[in-house]
Ligand binder design. Structure first.
Ligand SMILES: C[S@@+](CC[C@H](N)C(=O)[O-])C[C@H]1O[C@@H](n2cnc3c(N)ncnc32)[C@H](O)[C@@H]1O
Length: 258
């Protein structure tokens, strides 16, 4: 807002007051004006090459193995999109992919951001080769499913994943060795998601990172483009390999870091 220093009445001040009002409405901050330009430039730098062959193989294998894992009792729980009220009691296709990735890549140590009701958490646990060796730490600002707290392999943290308390709890729970998988499915906006990635890739050193909803909205598309520009063929939208994993308007990203 433009500061109004005039405190006296009169036609001159009325005109300058009107001009200030107009200026406030026309003003666009330089920062906001340049972000779409950055996005365009980032999008133009993304390489359009085919998915890396090894990563494509990993995705294919995870999907195939996932189909052999029984998730019939794993549901999403209460939906939080639209005004839809019904519980989702059957598994979404990406649950099989997550379970298959955990099984085929022998993932044991997992950090999840965005537990919701625990559908993805249960799926990843079910994928574990040896249940007694599994350690899944999952965080959400909500605590919808009390049953998660009863499972030994799962540690549920309640709070903002980008907040200091959660960050320190996660480090205490998982810092003894690099983790196998970081699964990010939370705020679905550019800044909170890139902050999630920056913090937890630095601190937990994951082998794989999976990010849901990479093309859900402008912010997430921008996030995914930014990642692709820096990570190149190590970042793949799994739908470019197996279309059935997720709907095309949301996407499902896989990043292999080691
Ligand atoms: C799409 S849901 C997760 C769904 C779950 N991963 C699944 O597939 O079954 C997103 C969740 O992220 C949580 N969330 C959003 N922002 C968060 C934040 N800053 N820290 C922790 N959790 C957050 C929401 O409360 C919500 O439960």
């Amino acid at each position: 807002m433009t500061t109004n220093f005039s405190d006296s009445r009169g036609p001159r001040n009325a005109v300058s007051g009107f001009l200030r009002w107009l200026a406030d409405r026309l003003h666009v901050s330089a920062g906001a004006a340049t972000i779409p330009e950055f996005d365009q430039r980032l999008a133009s730098k993304v390489s359009r090459t085919k998915p890396d062959a090894t990563l494509a193989e990993i995705i294919q294998r995870a999907w195939t193995v996932g189909q052999t894992i029984d998730l019939s009792d794993v549901g999403y729980g209460p939906p939080h999109w639209k005004a839809e009220g019904k519980l989702h009691e059957t598994p979404f296709p990406y649950y099989f992919f997550l379970a298959g990735l955990v099984r085929s890549q022998n993932c044991k140590r997992i950090f999840e951001i965005g537990t919701h009701y625990g559908g993805s958490t249960y799926s990843m646990l079910r994928g574990g080769v040896s249940q007694s060796e599994m350690k899944i730490v999952t965080v959400d600002i909500t605590d919808l499913n009390p049953n998660l707290h009863k499972i030994q392999a799962i540690t549920k943290i309640i709070g903002d994943a980008n907040g200091e308390a959660v960050l320190k709890s996660a480090v205490l729970a998982l810092s003894d060795a690099p983790i196998d998988l970081l699964y990010v499915d939370a705020a679905h906006e550019f800044l909170p998601t890139i902050t999630n990635l920056g913090l937890y890739i630095l601190l937990l050193r994951p082998r794989f990172v999976v990010i849901d909803d990479i093309v859900l909205n402008e912010g997430m598309r921008s996030l995914w483009n930014t990642i692709r520009v820096t990570q190149g063929s190590r970042a793949v939208n799994c739908l470019d390999v197996i279309q059935d994993i997720r709907t095309p308007n949301v996407g499902f990203g896989l990043l292999r870091l080691q």
